[in-house]
Ligand binder design. Structure first.
Ligand SMILES: [Zn+2]
Length: 97
């Protein structure tokens, strides 16, 4: 990167990003631009964040969580059905007597 001597070079800032695969991405953007919070890692395509200790890949727990939530929901539905069956049985007992 050779500075252009004909024009005053615009002030730049170097920004680093890290993806969850420990890839470091260095970009250079205009100094007056707010760096985006995420940058796509050019090596693996995953989103990279500015906090090396906490790359955005950690959000990967999300699908597992929602699966758990799904299982939980399903179990709650089964419990609900059991409760309903119990209630119906009680109703039938009452009617039968
Ligand atoms: Zn990467």
């Amino acid at each position: 990167m050779r500075p252009d001597e004909r024009h005053q070079p615009a002030p730049r800032q170097d920004v680093s990003y890290w993806c969850r695969n420990d890839h470091r991405v260095d970009i250079r953007i205009a100094a007056d631009v707010e760096p985006p919070p995420l940058w796509d890692c050019p090596r693996c395509g995953l989103p990279a964040g500015r906090d090396a200790q906490n790359p955005p890949g950690r959000v990967r727990a999300e699908p597992y969580k929602s699966h758990l939530a799904y299982v939980k929901e399903r179990r709650t539905a089964e419990e609900g059905e059991a409760l309903l069956a119990e209630a119906l049985a009680a109703l039938r007992r009452r009617r039968g007597e």
